[in-house]
Design a protein around this ligand. Structure first.
Ligand SMILES: [Mn+2]
Length: 514
């Protein structure tokens, strides 16, 4: 209870600071012409540790730091966060900690290896990327605000190293970091301990650091060791409170990642045939998303045919597709740090059987109703939407004879519905697939929020309490939804087919094209 209250307060703090007009106190990037000149000069003999406009004009536009986002947006985020922690401390931590100086420390991800020197694809820590725009591993962002409201952002970078760069590719280095990321100062990562000690001695700040999520082991230890005499608080809930609301540029990126996955899934549905393996379908969706410039799939996709679809997290993807089966695919991609998350279920043969059609129609009607309920009674929060789903699913399944007629009360029908769909109907979506998990699903939906709507029905082949023709079937339909600036429900994945007529036509159309 106590933790929840703290998270709620950290969320509220942002709501208040969000309404204030925060004036950026950063000065080092004001002289844009100078900065641009320096960057372009530097490019003659050096490159950066991530795509920038000069080296990758096909990825990053002229005025952007990373695809879709300008450096000013990152500066504003840092300023809002600093104001947020100061306000939170003034309201709730006064008695425990009288200090008005705050230091926020956000480490990046580190590289991970599958075996000796063989790396996994690197993925940046979302909080770190959200606040810095930096795509390099083993880097630290530190932000500071004092009692008079003076702020500073600095980063500890991996230094340039000719030998290592020969193997691993270029690093941005210390010298270019200030201008590229719009910081006040930059230091080599080796000097972190000394700089931290100096700052702590001089300012005695309240430290905002989340040791649990810190992947950089030595940085975690140094930070803990250096701050033993100080009050340490996690900044995660405040940052997630910010990330929960997507800015206009983020909304644009969400639209893009959802479009990429939607078009790709339409193609996969039209090209899948009996005899393919689930593994082939995985390869197809991966290929099609990347060909549309997604970085990679956002998660290992579920490609589950027939009874496999009743295992909710089935990712083995090893079975062959059989003619009379349904195929459930839960797949999404990551584009410029933003993810999509879609599920479609379609008939392998291109035609639903009668019983499949009946069950699919229940899930489809329910899913469309739930989307229509968002922002209204029964759909004002994700938890409300879940209750609505369970009750209606219970009722609709009763209508087709899968739930006993004698159950008539709300609790009984809700429980019956839940037995057929034992997962939540929605989660927040953004830079992470299960985005901002510290944010409760009991928050009222507001403009800028993105979530999924994903009811399902799962009936194992071993169940004996439903008619035989409905056994061994898993169906889920999942779309991604934005509450847009007009406070309207915008379905970001609306181009992805889900009507029975369209699904049955996709394969036929593909045959005619040949
Ligand atoms: Mn989902």
């Amino acid at each position: 209870m106590f933790t929840l209250l703290r998270i709620q307060r950290k969320f509220d703090i942002f709501q208040i600071s969000n309404k204030q007009k925060i004036i950026s106190k950063f000065s080092s990037y004001n002289n844009v012409t100078n900065a641009e000149k320096n960057i372009s000069d530097a490019l003659n003999n050096q490159t950066f540790g991530q795509p920038v406009h000069s080296t990758h004009p096909h990825i990053v536009n002229k005025d952007e730091l990373v695809p879709g986002l300008k450096v000013e947006e990152f500066q504003q985020r840092r300023a809002r966060l600093l104001n947020g922690v100061q306000k939170y401390a003034a309201d709730y931590l006064k008695e425990k900690c009288g200090n008005r100086n705050h230091l926020i420390i956000i480490p990046s991800s580190t590289k991970k290896y599958m075996s000796d020197k063989i790396p996994y694809i690197f993925r940046q820590n979302s909080d770190f990327y959200y606040l810095s725009g930096c795509l390099e591993p083993d880097t630290i962002l530190a932000m500071y605000i004092d009692e008079t409201g003076n702020t500073k952002s600095l980063m500890f970078m991996r230094p340039k190293d000719k030998h290592v760069e020969l193997w691993e590719g270029p690093r941005t280095g210390v010298d270019m970091a200030v201008e590229l990321f719009g910081l006040d100062e930059a230091y080599p990562v080796d000097s972190y301990e000394n700089e931290l000690k100096r700052h702590i001695e001089f300012k005695k700040p309240l430290i905002w650091f989340d040791a649990k999520s810190c992947e950089l082991q030595n940085i975690g230890e140094i930070t803990k060791k250096s701050s033993t005499s100080l009050f340490v608080e996690s900044p995660s809930a405040i940052i997630q409170g910010m990330r929960l609301f997507k800015s206009p540029s983020e909304q644009h990126l969400m639209r893009r990642t959802c479009e990429i996955a939607s078009h790709s899934i339409n193609e996969v549905m039209s090209e899948s045939r009996p005899g393919h393996s689930e593994h082939h379908i995985f390869a197809m969706i991966d290929f099609k998303c990347r060909m549309r410039n997604a970085n990679y799939l956002a998660y290992p996709p579920v490609v589950a045919s027939g009874n496999n679809a009743t295992t909710i997290h089935y990712i083995n993807n090893t079975q062959l597709l059989k003619s009379n089966d349904l195929l459930l695919m839960d797949a999404g991609c990551e584009y410029a740090g933003y993810t999509s998350d879609i599920t479609r279920t379609w008939p392998v043969s291109g035609e639903f059987t009668e019983s499949q059609k009946i069950l699919y129609d229940v899930v489809l009607q329910l899913q469309k109703e739930l989307i229509g309920t968002l922002l209204n009674e029964g759909g004002q929060t994700l938890d409300h939407l879940f209750d609505t789903m369970c009750l209606r699913l219970g009722k609709y399944l009763q209508e087709i004879g899968l739930v006993p007629k004698h159950i008539t009360d709300v609790v009984g029908l809700t429980r019956a519905g839940y037995q057929f769909c034992p997962h939540h109907v929605s989660h927040y979506l953004g830079m992470d697939v299960h985005d901002t998990p510290l944010m409760p699903r009991s928050l009222k939906l507001l403009p800028g929020m993105v979530c999924t709507v994903e009811p399902g029905v799962y009936i194992s082949k071993h169940r004996t309490d439903v008619p035989k023709e409905f056994r061994g079937v898993g169906i889920r339909i999942e779309d991604d939804i934005l509450i847009n600036s007009d406070n309207k429900v915008e379905v970001l994945t609306s181009v992805c087919c889900k009507e029975i007529f369209d699904l049955e036509n996709l394969q036929k159309k593909k045959e005619i094209e040949k």
